[in-house]
Design a protein around this ligand. Sequence first.
Ligand code: KG4
Ligand code: ZN
Length: 334
Amino acid sequence: MESSCDETSAAVVEMGDGVRAIRSNIVASQIETHRLYGGVVPEIASRAHIEAISNVTSQALQEAGIGIRDVGAIAVTAFPGLIGALLVGVNFGKSLAYSYNIPLVAVNHIRGHVAAAYLSNPDLEPPFLALVVSGGHTSIYAVNGYTDFCEIGSTRDDAAGEAFDKIGRVIGLPYPGGAALDRLAYEGDPHAIALPTPALTGDTLDFSFSGIKTATLNYLNGMEQRGQEINRADVAASYTARIVDAIVKKTEQALRKTGMKTLVLAGGVAANSHLRAALEALCARLGVRLAMADRTLCGDNGAMIAAAGYFEFCNRNFADTSLNASACDDGGQA
Ligand code: KG4
Ligand code: ZN
């Protein structure tokens, strides 16, 4: 079960030796509701999850052709995310697990995104480097085992998805702007507008996207003040190209530093076709295997949480009825 942001989702997956199958993956998106406000309104998100979660879960079981008593374990996103939204899934998952005496596992949403790559690439195994690019996160992990993650780089300010959505909104694209910006970028010239490549210099594997966002806003404001017309496609193309350049640069640095031979790409922004193509070129050049989450599994969904939950289950990382949600990346451990 997934309810960390603006999608309520429940899925049934079958995992085991040589089996990684999605039996159902129901996603109820709230995007249309939040679009009115240009972004996710947390209070509205929580309420929409409450309304949807029971039906979404019934539908997932029905589509998988099983009953709740056939479920081997319940996995639920416990962190990170919007606290009120997370609490809905956590409480619902706990109630089901308690009522039917089913093992419960808590899942880290980011690890869930990475697990989408296991579903998309049936032979994928750790160790690998994972690049998770989403609306809330942009991080690189050394994944040394199914539940052994070490963050080696992360954004110091905005996530890439946040940066895409912000400029998307300013140039009049509907929320969330990421996917629309991706399409619009094909119609523009990536070199039309001089924007800085937002890559931090030196050894660090961290990202920073606030500088290019500000540079782009300054460009747009300057054009408006001079009464000049903005070519939105050129903005989309130039902005996307520089962000992709920066992500590719840090990913190459991380691959060289760790010597990892496989790169996993996951998270909502992993659906970006320019990023996928650039990473394909990078991995071909470096002789690294690229294992991407299918585009249909990049956005938040229950199947990725269930798959990650399977590995927690194998590790006997069970949760009990005292499980709480946390907005923090570390589940509130620090
Ligand atoms: O992983 P996700 O569904 O939610 C979070 O965990 O944050 O990511 C959502 C983000 C949004 O910022 C959305 O604009 C972005 O993913 N996104 C894209 C594309 N599709 C979704 N960004 C760039 N290109 C896309 N094709
Ligand atoms: Zn996500």
